[in-house]
Write a protein that binds this ligand. Structure first.
Ligand SMILES: Cc1cc2nc3c(=O)[nH]c(=O)nc-3n(C[C@H](O)[C@H](O)[C@H](O)COP(=O)(O)O)c2cc1C
Length: 186
């Protein structure tokens, strides 16, 4: 059964996307392990680092390379990807020739207080991941219009409709990861 890393595209201490990530962890089918891929220690990327990658960046790349697939749950900033998430992906893509997302199956979801539920950000993220040769799950698209009443005071998901959406997304994400699993050579 797969081990899937999840990336929360927000560094906010009150992130609604982190609430969604926690809901996904709670809903994970038996045997599927969801582990956070944390990028909060990364500095801002510049190619000056390529000759000697900092420890945080090496660990970040290893964490991505060590999971069977990735789920990204991201907010939308200015109709695009938050800068911190893009910075983390930039780090993962380098040094040249060591793209950690190469061939890595990815599924995307996002929540926003806005009406389009991160649809614009997710399109940009798909373009970035396509360039990195990361096969990205096409459907279901998960554009959550965040309503606080969907979660209880502890941040646990209580809305049955949203739960069903996330369960369907998780099932498709797991199937996507399994489809793209490397073939074992005897
Ligand atoms: C810099 C900035 C830009 C934003 N731009 C958008 C946007 O383009 N579309 C949108 O739906 N919400 C936008 N928002 C509102 C976010 O949906 C809202 O802050 C949400 O809580 C962010 O997710 P998070 O709580 O997981 O960090 C923006 C918020 C910030 C701080």
């Amino acid at each position: 059964m797969p081990r899937i890393g999840y990336i929360v595209g927000s560094l906010s201490s009150a992130s609604i996307n982190r609430n969604v990530a926690h809901a996904l962890v709670a809903l994970a089918p038996e045997g599927v392990e969801l582990v956070e891929l944390d990028y909060s220690d990364l500095p801002v990327y510049t190619p000056d680092h390529d000759a000697d990658y900092p420890v945080a960046a090496r660990e970040w790349k290893s964490a991505i390379e060590g999971v069977d697939g990735v789920i990204i749950i991201t907010p939308e900033y200015l109709r695009s990807i938050p800068g911190a998430l893009k910075n983390a992906i930039d780090w993962a893509s380098r040094p040249w020739g060591t793209n950690s997302f190469n061939g890595k199956p990815v599924a995307i979801a996002g929540a926003s207080i806005g009406a389009i539920g991160t649809a614009a950000a997710q399109q940009h993220l798909r373009a970035v991941l396509g360039h990195l040769n990361a096969p990205t799950l096409g459907q279901p698209e998960v554009f959550l219009h965040y309503t606080p009443s969907a979660f209880d005071a502890q941040g646990a998901l209580i809305d049955e409709q949203v739960k069903a959406i996330l369960e369907g997304f998780l099932a498709a994400a797991v199937a996507h990861v399994e489809t793209h699993a490397p073939v074992a050579v005897a």
